[in-house]
Design a protein around this ligand. Sequence first.
Ligand code: FES
Ligand SMILES: [Fe+2]
Length: 345
Amino acid sequence: MAASFLRNCWYVAGWANEITERPLVRTICNEPILFFRDQDGAVRAVSDRCPHRKAPLSSGFIEKGEITCGYHGIRFDGQGRCVHVPGGLSFGSTFAVRAFPAQQMHGFIFIWMGDPAKADAALIPDFSENEKPGWVAVRDMLPVACNYQLLADNLLDLTHVVYVHKTTLGGSQVTDTPLDVTVDGDVVRAERFMKNVDTAPIYKAARGLDSKIDRWQIFEWRAPSYIKLTLGARAAGTDLPYGTPVHRVLNALTPETDATTHYFWSTARNWALDDPKVDAIYFNMTVEAFNEDKAIAEQQQRYIASDTSGAPLIAFAFDKAGQSARRILRGKIEEEEAAPLARAG
Ligand code: FES
Ligand SMILES: [Fe+2]
């Protein structure tokens, strides 16, 4: 059975610069979506399934903000309304392709998969460090063949850095320090402060911290799958205030299907703004580390899918943040599904 997704929320669909005069087709929550810009440059999002015979609308072309299906030439506007059927045939006013609210913000395109009447731009998560003056970010999107919640578990439990990211983010004493988790309404926050521990390769390379450090990891999860990590370090015993970001990792985990994820990430910093060497250190180390996460999460997905034992996943104390996030998301999905009349389509 297909998984349930939260519908009344914003998902990151792409980077703003992925949609130019060329459209983009990307599957979000099992729906193939065609993104394009109208004549004013605003982003439009419609189902890529033509309502005529379900051929891909994207097989056609876009002109003056309207899309012509590549199979039989039926044309739709940016709101999904049919505006022309070849041969001058008439059509009912309900003949339309489903349109989705879309917004460009923080360098992303966001899409709302649920009831359009509920789409509120104020609910877009604050990932402003992607574009904010005084910050610079390196970024990418990693396709990962696993359910998005496995990646949220991964990010909310940085215990794994010791084992999975030995050459980048590791540092032996991370596992010795418990994560302090708090649930604040629908937001999960967690933090870990490590004193006088071994440095990590990324702090050595980017900051020249090559002996003992004090190190902090601050997590914030918001539904459906946004995780902001504030990470920092100082030479052990010095006075950079606790919590000062050395960098922030902004993660948006967008379900493509039940078992695949578009993993949008950026690593933003508010220092060395014009230093391509620091950019390269952050980019290369993040790519290396996230590919290590991808490798283990994809294998985990395969083993979960092929497991016929019925044995549940087990949670230890260090899984608490991930478990809290799963519980909140499950509650929101159940609430949404209990009110089917409020859902669109
Ligand atoms: S399938 Fe699109 S016009 Fe026929
Ligand atoms: Fe990781």
